[in-house]
Design a protein around this ligand. Structure first.
Ligand code: ZN
Length: 332
């Protein structure tokens, strides 16, 4: 329990920390503490009131963007390491044994199974040859409660994200967030639900790697496009998983998209609703032109240096208005 509460504290800290970083200067320290009302507050060290200094937890502001490679991340306790050959290439996998109790299956089985699911999905449905036979140098790490603030940047852990990916094929999974969601240990999920959740997150993160390879190993800045693709890929590939129900994932994503569109403002800020809204363009293209339509747009981005929306229009003849009309129809 204390164990979990301290994770939650660190995650909260890192999340709140993100908001504050812009105000901090290089060399400065950023601190998190609970104020007199028990609220989490994050401030540069010099602004922390004297009476809270003793309880504040601080990290170097200039270190906050550093992300260690999965194989460099320090894991506590008994650590297992596996070097496996999967249908998507070789995977170097590490996890602390402590995370095993959160799931019904070991990380080794979960990763092998997710790789098989992604590979099946890539081989059967109009993806370009470069990703159909994807052979990436995967490094995957499962993190437990003891996240190292000096090795993981705040923004990657913000917004309750249970996993993330960096190029070319580095995947980080925060096990507690998968098994408990964002509410702490009282929401601990059953092993089978946690296994399904983990599979879904792995499909999402592997989707980012698929997109990276579809972009000729480039990472373009547009976060809405990247998260939209990975969210759509989660739905798309879930049909090849024995643990997941595609219709359930689709309807949950569509519910979120409906909610996200209701607000009016559609600027991508990284919420679950934003991810869902951003995925709708991919669902529309796949519905009208098949996965081939998405692959064609990415090819045009690579060949002509077009922006995503320009490439979609040129490759699929679906303009913005048409896409909005079609997504409204899908969401009905
Ligand atoms: Zn993502």
């Amino acid at each position: 329990m204390t164990h979990t509460r301290s994770t939650f504290f660190i995650l909260l800290f890192l999340t709140a920390f993100a908001v504050c970083t812009t105000r901090a200067h290089a060399g400065e320290q950023i601190c998190a503490f609970h104020d007199q009302n028990g609220e989490m507050v994050v401030k540069p060290k010099k602004e922390v009131p004297y009476r809270f200094k003793k309880f504040a937890r601080c990290i170097d502001a200039n270190k906050s963007n550093y992300l260690a490679k999965p194989d460099e991340i320090t894991l506590q306790g008994n650590v297992r390491r596996e070097d496996i050959s999967t249908s998507l290439g070789r995977v170097e996998l590490r996890w602390p044994r402590s995370v095993e109790q959160m799931f019904g299956r070991t990380p080794l089985r979960a990763v092998t199974d997710a790789a098989r699911t992604v590979s099946r999905s890539l081989k059967t449905s109009g993806f370009p040859p470069a990703v159909q036979n994807l052979d990436a140098p995967w490094k995957i790490v499962f993190l437990d409660a003891k996240l190292s603030a000096s090795q993981i940047p705040h923004q990657l852990i913000s917004a309750c994200h249970p996993g993330w990916m960096t190029a070319p094929a580095n995947v980080y999974i925060v096990a507690q967030r998968v098994s408990e969601g964002c509410g702490g240990s009282q929401n601990r999920r059953s092993a089978s639900i946690a296994d399904a959740q983990l599979t879904e997150i792995l499909l999402h993160e592997m989707g980012h790697v698929v997109e990276y390879y579809m972009l000729n190993k480039r990472r373009l800045g547009d976060r809405a496009r990247a998260e939209g693709f990975a969210t759509w890929f989660e739905i798309h590939s879930s049909q090849f998983s024995s643990l997941l129900s595609q219709s359930r994932i689709r309807s949950r994503t569509f519910d979120l998209a409906r909610r996200g569109m209701r607000g009016g403002s559609r600027k991508f800020r990284g919420s679950a609703e934003d991810y869902a809204v951003a995925s709708m363009i991919f669902s529309v293209i796949a519905d009208r032109r098949g996965v081939r339509g998405i692959a064609d747009a990415y090819e045009l981005m690579n060949k002509k240096g077009l922006r995503f929306d320009q490439a979609v229009k040129e490759a699929t003849y679906l303009g913005r208005e048409q896409i909005e009309k079609d997504s409204a129809k899908l969401l009905k």
